[in-house]
Design a protein around this ligand. Structure first.
Ligand SMILES: C[S@@+](CC[C@H](N)C(=O)[O-])C[C@H]1O[C@@H](n2cnc3c(N)ncnc32)[C@H](O)[C@@H]1O
Length: 185
């Protein structure tokens, strides 16, 4: 499945409120996100987690969400506007080869990569860019769907993350996913 991108129309399903019953975003994110934080969320789709991140960072924080599919970006912007959160959500165009977050170097407190890393062709570059954006001690919550990503492939992702200075501090239980909380050291 590496490099195969989720079709944009699935974005509607992924952002459905019914998903909250199975993947409660508050329960997942509240332990890591505080008011005023700068959060990076690569591959947000239409914003199922993004809106909750935006609520948690409050009016003084911001969520930067690089995404490669314009339909996903349009859906995310629509949802953020409807929720009154557009001022703290910055959906931006990424390319398959780069997140385009050089401007965030050392500014990000927390990053979420949920069901996206296996879609990115250059995993090593993804971790390098994310690590560069994080502050020292900043954290990346990585979740990869266990239906698409074998345990050995997830371990290989963690090894690549380690080469960029992102070390697994915890292995949180995330429904139907491999999960790891990585810390920049
Ligand atoms: C399976 S969806 C998950 C969406 C969201 N994280 C969620 O859980 O609802 C993966 C998303 O990652 C995006 N994506 C794939 N490759 C990407 C890349 N190189 N950079 C940024 N986003 C990417 C896809 O367009 C899609 O929106």
């Amino acid at each position: 499945m590496r490099g195969r991108v989720c079709p944009w129309w699935l974005g509607y399903l992924l952002a459905s409120p019914l998903r909250r019953w199975f993947d409660d975003p508050v329960r997942l994110l509240a332990p890591y996100v505080r008011e005023g934080m700068t959060v990076l969320e690569p591959g947000p789709g239409m914003g199922f987690f993004t809106l909750e991140l935006a609520r948690l960072v409050g009016p003084s924080g911001r969520v930067v969400a690089p995404e490669i599919q314009p339909q996903m970006i349009a859906g995310l912007k629509r949802r953020a506007a409807r929720a009154g959160l557009a001022d703290r959500v910055e959906a931006r165009n990424a390319s398959p080869d780069s997140l385009g977050v050089d401007d965030l170097a050392g500014k990000v407190d927390f990053a979420l990569a949920y069901a996206v890393v296996h879609e990115i062709p250059d995993t090593a570059r993804f971790f390098k860019e994310t690590a560069a954006a994080l502050k020292l001690g900043g954290r990346l919550l990585l979740a990869e769907p266990s239906g698409h990503v074998k345990p050995a492939d997830f371990d290989a992702e963690l090894a690549l993350a380690g080469q960029s200075g992102l070390k697994a501090a915890e292995r949180p239980a995330i429904r139907r996913c491999h999960g790891a909380l990585l810390v920049k050291s």
